[in-house]
Design a binder for this molecule. Sequence first.
Ligand code: FE2
Length: 267
Amino acid sequence: MKTKSPIETHYSLPCPCSMVLLADFHNSDPEPVLDSLRKSKPEIITIAGDFIRGDLPKGKGLKIKENMPAVELLRGCAALAPTFVSLGNHEYMLSDADLKVVQSTGVTLLDNSWAAHRGMIIGGQSSAYCHMYRDYRKQHKGEGLYPDIAIYDLKKKQIPRLDWLDAFEQQEGFRLILCHHPEYYPLYLRERKLDLIFSGHCHGGQWRYYSLLHRETRGVYAPGQGFFPKLTSGVHDGKLVISRGLSNTVRIPRINNPTEIVYISNN
Ligand SMILES: [Fe+2]
């Protein structure tokens, strides 16, 4: 059965080329997404994290190999346009070997790093979960490639690695950063010299309602922000763009909150 297609949202913002923001694919069906991309032909494709499902591995092989629809999505995107990918919380356990598979699809992986592309500097802020787990892996050397507990049980304060950002914002050109977690924006990114920030993670707040107070639809809950979060969708401060995501990972249905592909252009 074909998965229901995401809605297509278009934002007009100052930017040097047409772009698409994909987020929270979570190893779902790549075809509806690729169909949309084939029709809309964005000049660059960005994937702001959570392309896989980060539950504990079922087998002894590479985690990424348990997420082949996600690999198909990456490969399909890279065949259509230059594609830039950052890491979300669900990618926390990916090993160097997993990340090599990601890169073998033809995408540019941005793991607290950046790449130059046609006058743009495109950065990827990895989720704090990634380096938290890398530290955990170092401390538990020899105890297997993947964890026996989920990162969510480590109960540590989540502070992302930010040391690369100073050099990033000194680069000449249009600075776009992919940052899976929108809650990082007020904490770490708002005051930096960035032209656009692309996020996801919140799945639109799962249930959306019309707020008479704010005169807009808002989400009910978002991880990292709690109940009645501010940053779950849309454009904020003219530069933070948040996708409502491409899938559902929890048993609670999305209500008044269809999955979404976000197109950005200066038209
Ligand atoms: Fe996420």
